[in-house]
Design a protein around this ligand. Structure first.
Ligand SMILES: *Cc1c(COP(=O)(O)O)cnc(C)c1O
Length: 386
């Protein structure tokens, strides 16, 4: 089956859907059993998608977990109330007091704050590393290093990481690799074939795809799935059946939506490279991007999220630029059907291991499903205001 066809079938086994197209929303805390034998059977198989207790999930959750595994390639998938919970759940499953964590310097800012504020308080030390380090990560591994946390591309600054090179070093040192794979969604990158142990998704973004649900997933290979599953369960992470249903509904159109996001995003990115006000466009699918060869090797496509750096602009100019937009709404998150814009005046203050090479402000765009001509008209007007 090709990818688009797999998306249509993923997780829709009869066992979960019955005789309707979509798995029904099964809300439950208590599951009741007719016989003691059934109760025992559920208890013994509670980790294997047999309904046992609400926190372990119902058929609605199982269908989504199965779908994510089929698409992303993991042996098992845990659900979380949001992407940030999936990140904390995955990290806490493999780290304990006295351990050392390597985290990429270009990571999503809340992941970094989690390490600095929460993990540090638990006695877990973090070292940030250059996203371009590749196999050189070996020099940062200490006897107590237990996890390497990757994100590629970085979702603000879009550096590409050499995922297979880092994972190969990690395996030699018995270190668990966790990848924030949200940018790729479950279909643009196959993390487990690149050697990753655990892959995290903020399903809030492209999986849900309509800016109306918070949800996270963490999937693991055969070796790491039991520990991820049990630790996440014991920490009490779970998600609502309604949100799992909404994510499954979003998933069905993921490939079609991404193709349009990608096409419009490349059109806008190409247009921006011609603008005299623009210092650089940070989009890994452009041949000019420093990580383009890694992108071509490890990814099957791109999406609607990228950034560009202005040559110079002060606060007032940035306000004029982003406050007057007609289609690009100002706000965080991304992956919905609508276009978004944010600005970061000082990228350097978000990193400690690497020097940010640009002095102008960074503007991040999410290119939505509007007609791309309208989006370019909107941006052209913004450059006039600037
Ligand atoms: C949004 C985001 C998250 C966090 O997901 P939430 O669902 O908002 O908690 C994590 N990583 C990346 C790359 C994100 O963009």
């Amino acid at each position: 089956m090709k990818r688009d066809t797999r998306i249509i079938h993923a997780g829709r086994s009869k066992q979960y859907t019955g005789n309707v197209v979509n798995p029904p929303v099964v809300r439950a805390s208590t599951i009741v059993f007719d016989t003691f034998a059934q109760l025992k059977h559920a208890s013994l198989n509670r980790a294997n998608r047999v309904a046992f207790y609400g926190r372990r999930g119902t058929n609605t959750h199982f269908a989504l977990q199965q779908a994510i595994c089929e698409l992303e390639g993991g042996a098992g998938c845990a659900l979380y109330p949001c992407g940030a919970a999936a990140i904390s759940g995955a990290l806490l499953a493999f780290l304990k007091s006295g351990d050392h964590l390597l985290m990429v310097d270009s990571t999503y800012e809340p992941s970094r704050s989690l390490a600095d504020k929460v993990l540090a308080g638990l006695g877990i030390e973090t070292t940030y590393y250059d996203p371009h380090i590749g196999a050189g990560i070996a020099s940062l591994i200490k006897p107590n290093t237990k996890v390497i946390f990757l994100e590629s591309p970085g979702s603000l600054t879009f550096e590409m990481q050499d995922i297979p090179a880092i994972c190969a070093v990690a395996k030699r040192h018995n270190v668990v690799t966790i990848l924030d794979n949200t940018w790729a969604s479950p279909i643009l990158c196959q993390p487990f074939t690149l050697g990753v142990d655990v892959s995290v998704q903020s399903a809030t973004k492209y999986i849900v795809g309509h800016s109306d649900v918070m949800l996270g997933t963490a999937s693991a290979n055969e070796q790491h799935w039991p520990q991820l599953r049990e630790h996440s369960y014991l920490l009490g992470y779970c998600a609502s059946a309604d949100d799992a249903y909404t994510a499954l509904r979003g998933l069905r159109t993921l490939a079609v939506r991404l193709r349009q996001h990608e096409q419009s995003s490349l059109t806008v990115a190409g247009w921006l490279t011609q603008r005299p006000e623009v210092e650089t466009v940070l989009h890994p699918a452009l041949a000019s991007h420093p990580g383009h060869s890694l992108f071509k090797r490890d990814f099957t496509g791109s999406n609607g999220l990228f950034a560009f750096v202005l040559k110079q602009a002060n606060q007032a100019q940035i306000e004029a630029f982003i406050e007057g937009m007609s289609h690009f709404k100002m706000g965080f998150s991304w992956g919905g059907y609508e276009s978004l814009i944010t600005a970061t005046m000082d990228v350097q203050q978000l990193r400690t291991a690497t020097a940010w090479p640009y002095s102008g402000p960074l503007i991040r765009l999410h290119i939505g499903l509007e007609d791309v001509d309208d989006l370019i008209t909107d941006l052209a007007a913004a450059f006039s205001r600037l």
